[in-house]
Design a protein around this ligand. Structure first.
Ligand code: FAD
Length: 688
């Protein structure tokens, strides 16, 4: 093609094409979308010139058929001596027709072309191309840079980045968080998608530095969206690395939550923008096949996400989700694939460095889960060997938060993937009257006694189970039950309550503190609970009437893990956290041999003495068992409170065999950290 800018109004163009049967056409954009075209069509004898307007990658209609005018005017030429097209025509630089683009001499723009040499008429081209181009008025401004398929390469690169890599990266993060590999796939795939975006977009911008008035609205939107994405991916990579940094190296939960949310929001925004822009790109520059492939890709990704979401909601969430069960609120069947293990065995593995936890009757291997835990890896690594049911159901928190976080059903669904072993219920702890599952024991309230203004002792009876009357195995001390009920709105409230063998009324009578002994029937479960304003479970328990039923599961948890009465132990009890230690003191009192090296120092904390219970029993026990027991009762009124830290440190001067901590959120972590800071081996501490 050659041309002459004749004056400020006219341009003369000569088209020479080695075409004997077919056409050659020139478009005034880089793509056929909304593109002004002119074509020279030959039937072998003569050449027809037509002014076209292409709306998309489809057969363009002539301007006349679109409702405009034919604005190219034949000057001379037609078919040359060899039978090829050689035709010269003219048009106005600005025709005034809506279906013609303005030719701006010496301004950078694009052209595209297409041709066919084997069939008469205006049918699909056999080849095509595009280039950066200037309608130069002198040799000084000549510019031609073939795209060489760079737009198509960009399209393929971006489709791979956003249609495949990003989709897979986000997919594994959404559905495979419990695996050890999701993190690496997520990071590598999304980093690759980001780099591809930055490199490929930069290349395209380099090629396409044109005046926005010369490009179509669609191209403009596509290009601007691409620019936004190029900026966002950089931010997203930074958020990604910061998220990992905060999760792995800090305990800053607030910053972690903020950055994780930003990472998630920007990530999904990028995915959506990426998919939209891929679609826009293929509509602008691609043919029918690429559009069809794009639709297929979108549909496939949509279907895969939909299927996995349904699988997650209806199958996986249900595995350990009590909500799906019509009759039970503890449905919790555990496939037999898990190895049978004991708390003792697991704890010895933890001491050897294995990263294990308990969740009710499951043993979880959480080694690789540190990277996945949204609250930070420290929440996992600080809790090896703990029963994490309390954190999962939302009745305790890692720190001092009294409104703890109830984990989502999805989080619960990970448990069966992390599980490597199963702990059997201790034999003969619960004695079945009828063969019924121990994860679904229905008990009814028999009666309730107030221990102070807000703390109650309730007795529950079942027709199917009896609880052993006495603690015939030291390893039973300190275990707990999961208690649950379904609310009107089908939410399941689950909380844990320490089980207790000793009847404190009988104990007080035995010590001579109480002068009346009530006869209480065998096999009852006793719970001591404090009612909190707004407390979902404690108010429910407190409002039960005699005969009302409630579900128990258990006994669960490692408990005190005491094998024999030997060694020097510390016990920290906060509020109702005293319950498991009552059994310990009672059983020690009843069973300790005359000469024993067992010693227990108890730190029992209540806000005020009025808030406490069984304190007179403990004080009496202190007198009776002074050789093996020292009890500090710490309240706001007590003198010991001020010197508590010194007293604990003093007590630790004698080698400590083990320490138990049982109390509310915050209390447990405070004392665990305090003991470690003062030199006690972390493996000797049991947080209940
Ligand atoms: C292993 C284990 C054993 C347990 N044993 C017992 C037990 O024997 N007796 C017993 O009473 N509890 C025990 N708990 C605590 C119990 O599981 C519940 O967390 C507690 O009863 C509150 O439940 P709720 O549903 O009434 O309150 P929620 O609905 O969970 O909380 C409502 C509000 O009550 C307040 N609240 C809750 N807990 C406390 C607290 N500890 N201190 C101050 N305010 C609080 C908070 O303001 C909270 O916002 C045990 C917990 C664990 C993990």
């Amino acid at each position: 093609m050659s041309w002459t800018i004749e004056d400020s109004i006219w341009i003369q163009i000569r088209l020479q094409c080695k075409i004997k049967l077919g056409y050659c056409s020139i478009g005034l954009r880089s793509t056929m979308t909304n593109c002004d075209m002119f074509a020279a069509i030959t039937d072998g004898n003569s050449v027809t010139l037509t002014d076209y307007w292409a709306r998309s990658h489809d057969t363009p209609k002539s301007d006349k058929n679109e409702g405009g005018t034919n604005d190219i005017f034949y000057d001379y030429g037609g078919v040359d001596l060899s039978g090829y097209i050689d035709v010269t025509f003219r048009r106005k630089l600005s025709t005034g027709d809506n279906f013609d683009q303005i030719i701006n001499p010496d301004a950078k723009g694009n052209i595209c072309w297409g041709y066919r040499d084997n069939r008469g008429g205006w049918t699909e081209h056999s080849d095509y191309g595009s280039a950066g181009f200037v309608w130069a008025s002198s040799s000084a401004t000549v510019f031609f840079k073939s795209s060489n398929g760079s737009k198509e390469d960009h399209g393929i690169a971006m489709s791979v980045a956003w249609g495949a890599l990003a989709v897979i990266g986000i997919f594994v993060c959404r559905y495979f968080k419990y695996t050890a590999w999701w993190f690496y796939i997520h990071m590598i795939f999304l980093l690759a998608a980001s780099l591809i975006t930055i490199i490929s977009s930069s290349e395209i911008y380099k090629d396409d530095g044109y005046n926005t008035k010369d490009i179509t609205k669609d191209t403009n939107v596509h290009s601007r969206l691409g620019m936004v994405m190029s900026s966002l991916v950089i931010g997203e990579c930074v958020f990604g690395f910061l998220t990992s940094y905060f999760k792995i190296f800090t305990k800053n939960v607030h910053a972690m939550t903020l950055i994780t949310r930003a990472h998630k929001i920007v990530g999904y925004t990028l995915l959506i923008c990426g998919l939209i822009n891929c679609w826009k790109g293929w509509v602008l520059y691609g043919g029918r096949t690429s559009k069809a492939l794009m639709i297929l890709g979108f549909a496939l990704a949509g279907v895969i996400f939909f299927v996995f979401e349904c699988y997650q909601i209806f199958v996986r969430n249900g595995r350990r989700n009590p909500l799906v069960s019509k009759i039970s609120c503890t449905k919790n069947e555990i496939p037999d694939k898990y190895k049978k293990m004991s708390h003792m065995k697991v704890m010895s593995m933890v001491r050897e460095g294995k990263k294990l936890m308990f969740y009710d009757d499951l043993v979880l291997d959480v080694g690789h889960f540190c990277l996945s835990h949204p609250g930070g890896s420290f929440m996992i690594s600080d809790c090896y060997g703990e029963d994490v049911g309390k954190y999962m159901v939302g009745c305790s928190s890692y720190g001092g938060n009294l409104l703890p976080y109830t984990h989502s059903l999805k989080a619960f669904s990970y448990l069966s993937n992390l599980a490597i072993g199963k702990i059997k219920y201790p034999r003969k702890y619960m004695l079945p009257i009828k063969e019924k599952p121990q994860h679904l024991m229905k008990f009814m309230l028999l009666f309730q006694k107030a221990l102070n203004d807000h703390t109650f002792l309730s007795y529950f009876k079942s027709n199917n189970f009896k609880m052993s009357n006495s603690c015939s195995n030291l390893l039973w001390i300190g275990k707990h039950f999961m208690v649950c009920y379904k609310t009107k709105f089908k939410n399941v409230i689950r909380r844990y309550y320490s089980s207790i063998f000793v009847d404190i009324n009988k104990w007080a009578y035995e010590l001579g503190i109480a002068n009346h002994l009530e006869n209480i029937e065998d096999g009852l479960i006793k719970l001591i609970f404090k009612v909190y304003p707004g407390g979902l479970m404690t108010n429910y328990l407190n409002n039960l009437s005699t005969g009302d039923k409630i579900i128990f599961k258990g006994p669960l948890g490692p408990g005190l893990l005491l094998k024999s009465f030997e060694g020097n132990y510390l016990a920290f009890a906060g509020g109702t956290g005293l319950v498991p230690f009552l059994d310990l003191v009672y059983i020690a009192w009843k069973n300790l041999p005359e000469k024993s090296d067992f010693f227990l120092t108890m730190f029992v904390s209540f806000k005020t003495r009025k808030d406490g219970f069984a304190l007179d029993i403990l004080e009496k026990m202190q007198e009776v068992g002074e050789k093996w027991l020292k009890v500090y009762i710490i309240t706001d009124e007590s003198k010991d409170k001020e010197f508590l830290s010194d007293i604990i440190v003093e007590t630790m001067k004698k080698e400590v065999t083990g320490a138990w901590i049982c109390g509310p959120s915050g209390y447990n972590r405070h004392y665990a950290d305090f003991l470690v800071k003062n030199g006690l081996d972390k493996n000797k501490i049991i947080v209940m």
